[in-house]
Structure formats: structure tokens, C-alpha cells
Design a protein around this ligand. Structure first.
Ligand code: ZN
Length: 221
């Protein structure tokens, strides 16, 4: 098994990725990187650091991209902008332009210096919320770009790529960390960890997926 660097935000998706990487490779081979890019809630970065520490990863790095806010605007970074998201609508105003491309590039640069060639990111296009950089085509293209840019062979793993939120909860349960992820991670746009505010689009998606999975599990039992 090779070492791997997980792009880690402390949310449900990336924590599920982290747990999968840990289960498959053991903590000695799993590294995490978190980006501080001026998200609404500074707690997100602290929480990611805390989870990484709790899980005993080989190393954790926070990369500051403070300048991101100077060049783009969106509801995730602007506390004053209300979150607007209509299912089926075009890109929601929480979309951060170029985020996954920027993060993967920075993660790959950092990984290369540490002798790591495998990267993991928790993007999913199943519950597609209009984020173009969550699509498989983007991940594949970015992988090629990184290889060409740095003259080596990276492998980007996106294990949630085709999983719905319900399937993601099922994976967490399989990994024995459903309760941990439910209680510890932060996906809420209002910055409330665990089950969150219950009202924002992110909380609704997370809760609907959990409910669907628990219903299915109950039916099977
Ligand atoms: Zn919420």
C-alpha cells in the first residue's frame, strides 16, 4: 500500500473518505490537507484539524489561501449573502469558482514534496447540486493535468463519485463510523456541526440521505 493525501474539510464527504483511506491503509499511510480559504465558519478548519488528530493521521497540514476571497465572491465566503439554492436550478450561489481545481493542484504540489502520489477527494456527482468541478470528467481531466504539469503519475481517488448521500451513509456504516460522522462532522451552511441547523440545503440533503439509508436498513433488519 502506498501513502495517500486526503483533501479534508471536516465535512461528511471528506470524513467518509478519510475513514475509508484509514480502513484500507492504516493511519501511518494516511495524510490530510485542509484549506483555509475564508469560508464563513472558521470552525470548519479547526474541526478538520481536530478530527485529523483524533484519527491519528500520519500528518495534517492546513494550507492558507487567504487571497481567494480577493478574487471571487460567493455565499460560502460572504457571511452577509444569504444562501440561495433551488433544486434543479443552475449553479447555486455557494459554488466557489475553481475550488476543486485549486485544491487538487495545491494538494498535488504538497504531496509530491512528501513523496506521495495518491490523492483522495470527496466529490460526488450523484446528488449533483450543479457544481461542475464535482463531475467525473473534471476529476479525470485534472488528474491528467497534474501528471503533465509535474511530470509524474498521480492517482486521484474519488470514492464517492457515484454514491448518493444514502449510499454514502451506508459506506460510513460499513466502515463502522456512521455515528462518529453524524456527530462530529460539519456540513451545515450555518456552521453548526452534527445534525446542523436542519434547514439549509446542505443539512436537508444530509438528513434526507440519512433517513433514506436508515429506512432501508430498518427494512432489511
Ligand atoms: Zn444547516
Amino acid at each position: 500500500m502506498e501513502p495517500i493525501l486526503v483533501v479534508f474539510s471536516g465535512g461528511q464527504d471528506s470524513t467518509t473518505c478519510l475513514m475509508k483511506a484509514l480502513a484500507e491503509r492504516g493511519p501511518g499511510l494516511v495524510h490530510t490537507v485542509t484549506f483555509a480559504y475564508g469560508q464563513r465558519h472558521a470552525l470548519e478548519v479547526e474541526l478538520a484539524e481536530a478530527i485529523a488528530k483524533e484519527q491519528g493521521v500520519a500528518s495534517h497540514k492546513t494550507i492558507r489561501v487567504d487571497w481567494y476571497r480577493d478574487i471571487t465572491r460567493n455565499a460560502l465566503m460572504d457571511k452577509g449573502t444569504p444562501i440561495a439554492w433551488e433544486p434543479g436550478a443552475a449553479t447555486p450561489n455557494t459554488f466557489v469558482e475553481g475550488r476543486n481545481a485549486l485544491f487538487l493542484l495545491a494538494a498535488a504540489i504538497y504531496a509530491k514534496g512528501k513523496g506521495i502520489r495518491e490523492l483522495m477527494i470527496g466529490v460526488s456527482e450523484a446528488d449533483y447540486s450543479g457544481y461542475p468541478d464535482c463531475r467525473e470528467a473534471f476529476v479525470k481531466s485534472m488528474n491528467q493535468t497534474l501528471n503533465l504539469a509535474m511530470g509524474c503519475t498521480f492517482v486521484i481517488h474519488a470514492p464517492l463519485q457515484h454514491l448518493t448521500k444514502a449510499q454514502e451513509w451506508a459506506l460510513a456504516d460499513e466502515l463502522g463510523c456512521l455515528d462518529y460522522i453524524r456527530a462530529r462532522t460539519l456540513t451545515c451552511y450555518e456552521g453548526i456541526p452534527g445534525d446542523g441547523c436542519g434547514k439549509c440545503p446542505s443539512c436537508k440533503l444530509r438528513a434526507a440521505g440519512l433517513e433514506a439509508y436508515l429506512r432501508l436498513k430498518g427494512a432489511r433488519a
